[in-house]
Design a protein around this ligand. Structure first.
Ligand code: ADP
Ligand code: MG
Length: 651
């Protein structure tokens, strides 16, 4: 007799469960997806003890036929796939036919279901993969699945579960985000007797975001209106492929220190994808410090043939057929939207404490829930692939930001005012709250409707400079309130765009040096130099190798002072090494432009006369993106008239 045996179904299911059922939230994910695939318009999720004691999902979908109710628990039994051709264009969330048998093998499961076309329903009871009963019952249409005692027969797995709160937070985040993907459906989430989410059908995603997160967070977001693009394939008889994107992204001043607030749906499926994460970071490049991340809720709709969803058992990863096309489409869509909306940071937003991470899931109802670490959960789903830092992200970058002369140039001596020097804005203590209760308007004037409510930086050119604060910040008044503009950062943005335009036109203004300047390089810098030498030339640096690990600089962009030249070149090489390796030419150009702009911009502690301040504001207004410097620091803060009035108890 041979030594190889075919595993029993029960063992095979448990093995599959190891991949599919990582924790309670992964059960919820599979069941939610089944309910959505069944065409449900209303889904209720009930949880007890973080999902360990009970997960129950009730839907009003198509239900299961009597014959199917048992079949659904067979391995690889699915109604969603017929033959292998279907695998190429999967439109449903499920297709593997693995979830129900896997879940049933590690829990006590109760299924109650009735298909619309049948008179009676079915009740199936299973424990640890063994069918205990199967009865006819009376019930309405739709399906209810109860999962009790998850992992009761897999003690090893049970040990890995985290605290009840953590597991619940994962579930809450999951249900919340699926509710965002389907604004037209009802979603309810109950933890015991307490209601964590109740979203009733609404017409737009904006309304759903409001329902789920509340108005405060909505204010920090920019809606990404739907854009679509067609790709004509090389094969002539293939129809063009369509790609669509919509969603919400945060204003650049909302800066999170990890990617946990980025949610990506591809064809209705919540996924984790490095390519898209990179595209998002690229969209915020030069708008936000490189080690920071935005909040993003993206819905991508691609022709099914463009997305391979059969990549991972838990279906949290996909593969795109045209990767770089998808990357650039996502990056450009977000970037264009940010450029268009140009929202101005308000005092309170920009100064919020705690690393600027003020986008949190915290609707009134869900306020008690910690915002869940959802992407961590997705990583947990795919434990074989630890996330690698992306080019230019994570570990090495905070250092870059610290060392970068932008920080040094902006160093400011506040004397003994006690304000910390050279600290990122986001970490400064929050100012005293300006929110007051409404009081009757006894002071006259300012009826509500007459207060101009202008946001955005389009009007910045119309501002009237009043003077400088500490010779460093321009104070200006406008119809929409009081503004403070960081003169160094504003000038940096102006020069940055100027250099970019000159680079693009191949016409950078240069200065010839009387004597070539010799710059000594480390061996890493020398490698970088060889890689980017052409681009340096295009940006106005005329350089050539000069003996061992040195280069001679014969000409440089006119805007850089000679004293700064060596620093700028070393900095460009260092940036190229840290941040831009394997990144596109346009990113490299932006890096070079950012270095030049930072060096050439006027410093703080520099007095400016009225004409110069006016010039600064007008020129800033004409830039493409006046809100942030190329390193992502805010340019201007606005203290809105409305906020001022509120603070003076006038409204
Ligand atoms: P898959 O979703 O990959 O098909 P599952 O194991 O998750 O595999 O489910 C097996 C089958 O059970 C599905 O194909 C579907 O026909 C049926 N099913 C599961 N959940 C529901 C539900 N909530 N409503 C109707 N049918 C369901
Ligand atoms: Mg399924």
């Amino acid at each position: 007799m041979g030594r190889i045996r075919v595993l029993s179904d029960n063992v095979a299911n448990k093995i599959a469960a190891g991949e599919v059922v990582e924790r309670p939230a992964s059960v919820v994910k599979e069941l939610l997806e089944n309910s959505l695939d069944a065409g449900s318009t209303s889904i209720r999720v009930e949880i007890e003890n973080g999902g360990r004691r009970l997960i129950r999902i009730v839907d009003n979908g198509c239900g299961m036929l009597r014959d199917d109710a048992l079949l659904a628990f067979e391995r690889h039994a699915t109604s969603k796939l017929h033959d292998v051709k279907d695998l190429l264009s999967i439109a449903t969330l499920g297709f593997r036919g693995e979830a129900l048998p896997s879940i049933a093998s590690v829990s006590r499961l109760l299924l109650e279901t009735r298909a619309m076309e049948e008179e009676t329903g079915t009740r199936v009871e299973i424990a640890g993969g063994r069918i205990l009963s199967c009865d006819e019952i009376a019930r309405g249409g739709g399906t209810a699945l109860s999962i009790r005692d998850l992992f009761f027969n897999v003690p090893a797995r049970k040990k890995f579960l985290r605290s009840e709160q953590t597991e619940l937070a994962h579930i809450a985040s999951l249900v919340t985000h699926y509710s965002l993907a389907h604004p037209d459906k009802t979603f309810e989430l109950w933890n015991g007797a307490s209601n964590l989410l109740h979203a009733t059908p609404v017409e737009t995603l904006r309304e759903r975001v409001f329902q789920v997160f509340g108005s405060q967070i909505l204010e920090d977001l920019v809606e990404l209106t739907e854009r679509s693009i067609r790709l004509q394939l090389a094969e002539p008889d293939e129809p063009p492929r369509e790609f669509k994107i919509s969603g919400f992204v945060s204003r650049p001043q909302v800066q999170k220190n990890n990617r946990n607030s980025i949610f990506i749906f591809v064809n209705g499926r919540l996924i984790r994808d490095r390519l898209i994460l990179h595209a998002i970071s690229a969209a915020y490049h030069n708008l936000m410090p490189a080690a920071c991340f935005p909040f993003a809720l993206l819905f991508l709709r691609f022709d099914c043939e463009e997305v391979d969803v059969n990549v991972h058992p838990s279906k949290t990863e996909v593969r795109f057929r045209h990767q770089s096309f998808v990357h650039d489409f996502v990056r450009d869509a977000i970037r264009e939207q940010l450029m268009q909306s140009r929202p101005a940071p308000s005092f309170t937003n920009a100064m919020s404490p705690g690393g600027g991470g003020h986008v949190q899931a915290g609707h009134q109802q869900a306020a008690a829930l910690p915002y869940s670490d959802f992407s961590q959960m997705l990583q947990d789903f795919a434990p074989d692939k630890p996330p690698e830092p992306e080019p230019g992200a994570a570990a090495e970058l905070p250092e870059f930001v610290m060392q970068h002369p932008a920080a040094a140039a902006a160093r400011f001596d506040f004397g003994d005012t006690g304000i910390p020097v050279n600290q990122p804005v986001a970490e400064r203590p929050a100012p005293p709250s300006t929110l007051r209760l409404k009081v009757p308007d006894t002071h006259g004037g300012f009826p509500e409707g007459s207060i101009p409510h202008v946001s955005g930086m389009d009007r910045i050119g119309e501002l009237r400079p009043l003077g400088q604060l500490h010779n460093s910040f321009i104070i200006a008044a406008g119809a929409d309130g009081l503004w403070i503009i960081d003169q160094h950062v504003a000038h940096e943005r102006i020069l940055f765009e100027q250099v970019l335009n000159q680079q693009a036109a191949g016409r950078v203004e240069v200065q010839q040096l009387l004597m070539p300047m010799i710059v000594q390089l480390t061996s890493e810098q020398q490698i970088e130099y060889a890689r980017i030498a052409d681009e340096l030339r295009n940006s106005g640096f005329d350089t050539e190798p000069f003996g061992n690990r040195t280069i001679a600089v014969k000409a440089a962009p006119a805007s850089i002072g000679l004293g700064d030249l060596e620093r700028v070149i070393l900095e460009i090489l260092e940036t190229a090494e840290n941040e831009l390796r394997s990144v596109s030419l346009s990113d490299l150009r932006r890096g070079i432009a950012a270095s030049i702009a930072c060096r050439a911009a006027i410093k703080i502690n520099t007095p400016l006369d009225q004409r110069k301040m006016e010039w600064m504001l007008r020129t800033l207004a004409a830039t493409e993106y006046p809100m942030a410097c190329p390193h992502g620091r805010p340019v201007a803060l606005q203290y809105g008239t409305r906020e001022i009035l509120r603070a003076f108890h006038r409204i």
